[in-house]
Write a protein that binds this ligand. Structure first.
Ligand code: ADP
Ligand code: MG
Length: 395
């Protein structure tokens, strides 16, 4: 995939009415109150950049899964008021997506003004990438900026469709994802060490294969390790293990050997009868019956830390253990702390991995914590993202 895309700092954008695809898919409590506004805060630099140049901005986003019809439960009203507070100026909310209300507010919008459309997924044409809906959406503006990295792996009207009708560019968030992750997967400073963990091998088949072909060393932890251990003939007790992926794991082990990539599996494991019981340390290929492995052990931590010390680029996806539970958070914390103190480009991808780093208070110590979730995994898998392909290349 070509990641060298035009962004808003490459062009002289002035006096335009800009349709800005944001990621305002924020978590809410039962009463609709926003419980974490970091996605709204993250959009501010792009919005301010555009406003400072005398443009007006029509923000749009999806929120939840309203399935193609207007549902007040998924209204962007709480987002409009939070955005207005954070920006320090009023943000008008249209009562529809690209209908009469949106058209009227867009026509009245002055340079420096900001408005928000209702939830894009109130319209069935959004997820269907219907050209007629895309045309209506595009007709509100005269330029399109794509800044919702979390949805660029979906070909929707607001990520792909509108680019057929408007000149387009990436916003600052998408631009940064492309620059940093794109750089790491195309021309990384070496050694490149990839750390993979998390729950399932089957969630990450393509990621393992693609990163294995790029990395100098591949570290495997999390529940994923037990599928590899069992494939090599180890005993994994009651650990999470995907018996239908043993063949795949063997194939990856062979591929690593063929391509001269160092593949590191944990030597030891913290195992317990269940998540509430006291853990014991055991060999990763000899977990007692009735015990499950919930974190990497101390020898594995030491070995992984050692390997990471010389890395110049690190890509990390997937926690080393059940970090949500204090006594099984040690492996993930040790890796996070090692990365935080490294003189290297450090990239964190994946929703739970980002949550772990945030929980440890180390987000700011990483070069980049990707906002993408599924889009980031597809990026790491090396497959094309339709919402990126649709943007024009840099000159
Ligand atoms: P990401 O969202 O970063 O891609 P995943 O969704 O693949 O990561 O995996 C995260 C989950 O994996 C966490 O909820 C964590 O508790 C779980 N996990 C990690 N190691 C283990 C393990 N040994 N046993 C069970 N669950 C595990
Ligand atoms: Mg996850």
């Amino acid at each position: 995939m070509n990641t060298n895309k035009l962004d808003i700092n490459d062009i002289d954008l002035r006096g335009r009415r800009i349709l800005l695809r944001c990621d305002f898919n924020v978590p809410q409590d039962g009463g609709g109150a926003i419980t974490d506004d970091s996605r709204i805060a993250a959009a501010l630099p792009t919005i301010r950049n555009l406003l400072a140049r005398g443009n007006s901005v029509i923000c749009c986003s999806h929120l939840g899964r309203p399935k193609g019809r207007a549902d007040p439960k998924y209204s962007l009203a709480p987002v409009a008021s939070r955005l207005s507070e954070l920006l320090g100026q009023s943000v008008a909310l249209a009562s529809d997506v690209a209908g009469e209300s949106a058209r009227k507010l867009a026509a009245e919008l002055k340079p420096g003004g900001v408005m928000l459309l209702e939830n894009l997924r109130f319209e069935p044409g959004e997820e269907q990438n219907d050209p007629e809906f895309a045309r209506k959406l595009a007709s509100l503006a005269d330029f399109f900026v794509s800044d919702a990295f979390g949805t660029v792996h979906r070909a929707h009207a607001s990520t792909v469709g509108v680019t057929a009708f408007l000149p387009s560019a990436a916003g600052l968030l998408v631009g940064r994802e492309l620059r940093i992750i794109g750089g790491a997967v195309t021309e990384p400073e070496r050694p490149l060490v990839v750390i993979l963990g998390g729950k399932k091998v089957s969630d990450k088949l393509g990621v393992i294969r693609n990163l294995l072909s790029l990395a100098d060393a591949l570290i495997i932890g999390g529940a994923m390790q037990y599928t590899f251990e069992k494939a090599r003939g180890g005993r994994v007790g009651a650990s999470l293990c995907e018996d239908d992926k043993l063949g795949y794991a063997l194939e990856m082990l062979a591929l690593a050997e063929q391509s001269g990539v160092k593949l590191l599996l944990p030597e030891d494991t913290l195992a317990a009868r269940d998540i509430d019981s006291e853990p014991v340390v055991c060999a990763s290929d000899d977990v007692p019956d009735g015990y499950g492995g919930f974190d990497i052990g101390p020898r594995a931590v030491a070995r992984f830390t050692e390997e990471l010390k010389t890395a110049k680029t690190v890509i990390w996806n997937g926690p080393m253990g059940v970090f949500e539970v204090g006594k099984f958070a040690g492996g993930t914390l040790a890796v996070a702390e090692t990365l935080a103190n490294l003189d290297a480009t450090t990239i964190i991808g994946g929703g739970d991995s980002a949550a772990a780093v945030l929980k440890f208070g180390l987000t700011d110590k990483m070069t980049h914590v990707s906002t993408g979730g599924g889009a980031t995994l597809e990026f790491l898998e090396g497959i094309s993202l339709p919402g990126i392909d649709a943007l024009p290349d840099k000159e």
